[in-house]
Design a protein around this ligand. Structure first.
Ligand SMILES: *Cc1c(COP(=O)(O)O)cnc(C)c1O
Length: 293
């Protein structure tokens, strides 16, 4: 399947003093619901299912998970059964409704059970039929898919910025920058709170210690799915000025960080900066009431 994810130049009033070039890689355009990095991470799991002749994808997530929806939709496209194991009490919301429209069966399990995902899979599913895909599509297969982001680029960049949850996307991008000997700086914006957490995750996935990696821990806005008026105002201003939609859970935080770093002089004049739009626009559905106009 060919994908469409151009590198689009943008200009913002907030960055007028920056003399370099500013681009967004539009992974949000890959597919409306198998979106962004979730598409990239699922691609190799889908291949694995085919190779092993497994017809059922089992995966895990919170009730607003972009990954659950991406898996449900990809399953429907490829004729595979899907089960989404959801953390916590039974609930309904627009994302879970869309998952079920695409044929996903949902199972709600307690937080305690959820912590033992592998055991839950082993006790409830047959590994000759079903493929275990970890939360967020994280892990080795997911990482491989994210390397392709670098291979697709039309030009080299001095800086790349991306949001991180599990760190799989960042690890894939960094490993391919290293493999292709590009000295691009990768700026990673963890969307959750936790000192040193993201560095540990990326190191666990990659087993390298790279000077090209910079983790900026001060842009979580209170923690996962938390936001502030300042963040929400930035998001509205960005969408209005560019025609590119971003949301408060992932891309809003990463793009806010990019602009803030730019204004603090983190990027030398004339440098080329690339923001990864990792998709996930249904994040807005859970947060729409936070915006005020
Ligand atoms: C899931 C998600 C991320 C986090 O990706 P990781 O590979 O888990 O770090 C970033 N952005 C968006 C839009 C997402 O949906």
């Amino acid at each position: 399947m060919n994908i469409y994810s151009p590198e689009q130049p943008i200009s913002l009033s907030q960055t007028e003093s920056f003399q370099g070039e500013f681009y967004v890689k539009r992974d949000d355009l890959i597919h409306p619901f198998v979106s962004g990095n979730k598409w990239r991470k699922l691609k190799h799991y889908l291949q694995l299912a085919k190779e092993r002749n497994l017809h059922h994808l089992i995966t895990f997530g919170g009730p607003w998970s972009n990954h659950l929806l991406a898996t449900a939709c990809a399953g429907a496209i490829h004729g595979l059964k899907t089960t989404g194991v959801v953390r916590g009490e039974p609930v309904n919301n627009p994302v879970l409704t869309m998952c079920q429209l695409y044929g996903m069966r949902l199972r709600f399990i307690s937080r305690g059970e959820y912590r033992e995902k592998e055991a839950y899979f082993e006790n409830n599913f047959n590994p000759d039929e079903a493929l275990f895909i970890n939360e967020g599509g994280s892990g080795e297969e997911g990482l491989v898919g994210c390397k392709e982001i670098i291979n697709e680029l039309n030009q080299p960049y001095d800086h790349i910025i991306c949001a991180a949850g599990t760190g799989t996307t960042a690890a894939g991008v960094l490993s391919q920058l290293i493999a292709t000997k590009q000295d691009t700086q990768l700026h990673v914006i963890p969307v959750l709170k936790g000192k040193g957490y993201m560095e540990g995750e990326i190191r666990r996935l990659l087993k390298v210690d790279s000077k090209q990696l910079k983790i900026h821990e001060e842009y979580h806005f209170g923690g996962y799915a938390k936001s502030t008026k300042e963040l929400l105002d930035f998001i509205a201003s960005f969408c209005r000025q560019t025609g590119i939609l971003i949301e408060p859970v992932y891309t809003g935080k990463a793009f806010y960080a990019a602009v803030d770093l730019m204004n603090k002089g983190a990027f030398s004049p004339k440098s080329k900066v690339l923001l990864l739009h990792t998709g996930g626009l249904t994040g807005i559905l859970g947060k729409y009431q936070d915006f005020t106009f």
